[in-house]
Write a protein that binds this ligand. Structure first.
Ligand SMILES: Nc1ncnc2c1ncn2[C@@H]1O[C@H](COP(=O)(O)OP(=O)(O)OP(=O)(O)O)[C@@H](O)[C@H]1O
Ligand SMILES: [Mg+2]
Length: 198
């Protein structure tokens, strides 16, 4: 199963989402994190963090279209691959989505975010399951609630919201945060269910 974490915008939570989903997948089955971003921030994180959740996760760096395709063609059916994508590379994103079983789109709450998400959703074929994860969410705010209501209205499922927390923001050096794991577990389960039902 190939999960593509897709956003064209920078800094929305792609790498954070990919690493947490990869760690959750690796708890139960063979799992590979495919880092398609030349910045290699997921690779740096996995290599530097001492966290039991990350120990079982295999890392493959695939920073070009060609390497990405090669890496994804090698994933066997029992395995889970989570693909972290670079910002602003629509061509590579399209290649990744062509091979995806499910697409997870991280986003944040804010003015232009909806249009950015729509641009990604336009790249996803109609029958491919896709859901949003709202990163750094202040779930108690009106803005948050309005955005979730608008996506629900538009029939785009919100598979999870990851609260704004310093523990996650400390990022690459750190271990996975328990509340991050909990939030992403909901995303993982709903993504799995969407694949099964598709
Ligand atoms: N739930 C969260 N709460 C607070 N900060 C977060 C959260 N998720 C991610 N961040 C922080 O936001 C920043 C960007 O996150 P991340 O690197 O995951 O985004 P990205 O989309 O992969 O960025 P890039 O486009 O540079 O690859 C990081 O500093 C990260 O620690
Ligand atoms: Mg990133």
């Amino acid at each position: 199963m190939i999960i593509v974490v897709a956003a064209l915008k920078g800094g929305v939570g792609k790498t954070t989402t990919s690493v947490y989903l990869g760690a959750l997948a690796a708890a139960r089955r063979p799992a590979t994190l495919v880092d398609a971003d030349p910045q290699a921030s997921a690779a740096d994180w996995i290599e530097s963090a001492e966290d039991e959740h990350l120990e079982r996760l295999t890392l493959v760096e695939a920073p070009t279209d060609r390497l990405l395709i090669k890496a994804l063609d090698r994933i066997d059916p029992e395995e889970v691959a989570v693909v972290d994508t670079p910002p602003g590379n629509e061509r590579l994103l399209v290649k990744a989505i062509e091979r995806a079983d499910v697409v997870v789109v991280p986003t944040r709450i804010g003015g232009v975010e909806t249009a950015r998400v729509e641009a990604v959703l336009d790249l996803v074929p109609r029958k491919l399951p896709v859901g949003l994860v709202i990163c750094s969410a202040r779930t108690y705010t009106r803005d948050y609630q309005d955005v979730v209501a608008a996506w629900t209205e538009a029939n785009v499922p919100v598979w999870g919201s990851v609260p704004e927390r310093v523990t996650i923001a400390t990022g690459p050096e750190g271990s996975l945060a328990p509340d991050g794991i909990e939030a992403y577990r909901s995303v993982w389960r709903r993504a799995l269910r969407a694949v099964r039902e598709s």
